[in-house]
Design a protein around this ligand. Structure first.
Ligand SMILES: *Cc1c(COP(=O)(O)O)cnc(C)c1O
Length: 476
């Protein structure tokens, strides 16, 4: 399996999985994708059904990932999958259990990992892959990132205890929920460095860019990232589409649809890959909140990024994005993998005009038919109504992001085709909205008991790139 960039030609003889594992963007500014998607047929799906039964989620992960990774020996890849998914990090031995709710809907529970959000699904694997590859190269990595919530904590819990990886994670001081702060700041390990920046999330991101953009400094201190554009994160997510499909169906040609609450187009991009591989997915339903950049594109063909002033702070905050960093991957496939057109759109038109318009193209006209995508948006009132509705009808409390998905899923579900909504977080992470919707505090899993009372490990930092560099230099 060779990888290429959405903006250019593959370098000869092409890059392997481990070549791009530790990379973010491709050198030409594009995103990495496999040169072609592996195809699976009914026989493969039948085999995977018995693998999931006999070897569990880790066994299935190995089977799926080995289609994309041919530069890690089989036994090693198996071990990586087992350490990620069978070592007790997930609350259910199923890793991704499913639950049927009323109206033909299912929930695929992606939030049973250590930080109670779906980011754990990929990050747990990424940690093991990083450690493996760094050991093979005899090197170390210092991850530098910025988070407004779920990504940073998932990265820290995944990298915790890995001898070759250190994490420097910037957060906007005082701006995450008390629960999110406690999750990160309670970690007591010299390899996990929490940094509270006097500023907002955009300031944190700008600091990361400034420091990582200083290439000699970046090289000297082995800085790396765990962005949502990382291909390994994406391919890890393909596995739960397969697992959910297997758990909801009993025959190997049975179709389902998925509805995915979306921000950076990471989660649903993995669904797109699964569908391109031949997993029987009828429709991929994309759900946004009030930040409807992507919903607008799938309805109108116009992709227009928003300014930070135009980006609403909502009650499903992990979907509050102004541009969708993984979207270029889908556009590449939509345009028949024409890298020159993708380059024109993303490297020329978007920076110049702030938008591009595919509404008049034959590719956009055929989008729903060929790629199965539909979309809609949800509002704060919708979230509250659907949290209350699912609680009343099914006795289940869902988090606000999942509620966005349920609201939109109900618009598109049709008889005879199970609609699987990906549950992206546990409600305990967003309890204020749950209380607003139903007047009840969500259950707190035992693992999170009293975390707000633990000592906090966090370094206060001014909004200053030199101060950040000094801190990194002192600790690497
Ligand atoms: C990150 C996140 C999302 C959005 O996922 P994308 O991959 O960015 O589309 C949705 N819900 C929760 C809880 C998240 O943490």
């Amino acid at each position: 399996m060779r990888y290429l960039s959405t903006r250019g030609e593959p370098g000869l003889p092409g890059l392997g999985f481990c070549d791009i594992l530790l990379e973010g963007l491709a050198p030409d500014g594009g995103l990495f994708l496999p040169a072609s998607y592996p195809r699976v047929d009914a026989g493969d799906l039948a085999r995977w059904r018995s693998v999931l039964e006999s070897e569990g989620y880790a066994g299935l992960a190995f089977a799926v990932l080995s289609l994309f990774i041919d530069d890690i020996p089989e036994d090693d890849l198996r071990g990586i999958c087992e350490r990620a998914y069978s070592s007790g990090a997930f609350s259910s031995t199923d890793v991704v259990p499913v639950t049927e709710i009323e109206g033909g809907l299912w929930l695929a529970h992606l939030s049973g990992g250590p930080t109670a959000a779906f980011k754990d699904m990929a990050m747990q694997l990424l940690g093991q892959l990083f450690e493996y590859e760094l050991e093979r190269r005899g090197s170390e990595l210092n991850i530098l990132g910025a988070t407004s919530g779920d990504t940073g904590s998932a990265a820290e819990y995944a990298m915790l205890g890995l001898p070759r990886v250190r994490v420097f994670m910037l957060t906007p001081a005082g701006r995450m929920t008390p629960f999110q702060q406690a999750q990160m700041f309670s970690l007591d390990d010299p390899a996990i460095v929490n940094i509270a920046v006097d500023g907002v999330f955009d300031d944190c991101q700008d600091l990361v860019k400034a420091v990582a953009g200083d290439l000699p400094f970046k090289q000297e201190h082995s800085l790396g990232a765990v962005n949502s554009i990382n291909w390994a994160r994406l391919v890890a997510q393909v596995v739960y589409y397969v697992a959910s499909w297997l758990r909801v169906t009993s025959a190997d040609d049975e179709v389902v649809s998925f509805c995915v609450p979306t921000g950076n187009f990471g989660n649903i991009c993995a669904g797109h890959v699964a569908r391109m591989m031949g997993l029987p997915i009828e429709t991929l339903v994309l759900a946004t909140n009030e930040n409807n950049v992507l919903d607008e594109f799938f309805r109108t063909g116009v992709y227009r990024v928003r300014s930070s002033a135009e980006t609403h702070a909502t009650s499903s905050p992990s979907m509050d994005i102004s541009k969708a960093s993984n979207f270029e991957r889908f556009v590449f496939d939509l345009l028949g993998r024409d890298a020159a057109r993708v380059r024109e759109l993303f490297a020329v038109q978007l920076p110049r005009d702030g938008y591009f318009d595919l509404s008049e193209t034959p590719e956009f006209a055929g989008l729903a038919e060929r790629f199965g995508f539909v979309s809609a948006a949800s509002t704060h009132a919708d979230r509250l109504a659907h949290i209350a509705d699912v609680y009343r009808r099914d006795g289940i409390i869902v988090d606000p992001h999942t509620a966005d998905g349920i609201k939109v899923a109900r618009d598109f579900v049709r008889p005879g085709v199970p609609m699987i909504v990906t549950e992206t977080a546990l409600p305990v992470k967003f309890s204020a909205t749950i209380v607003e919707a139903i007047g009840i505090e969500p259950d707190r899993p035992a693992a999170f008991d009293g975390i707000e009372d633990l000592p906090r490990h966090v370094i206060a930092l001014p909004n200053d790139a030199n101060a950040l560099k000094a801190l990194i230099a002192a600790r690497t």
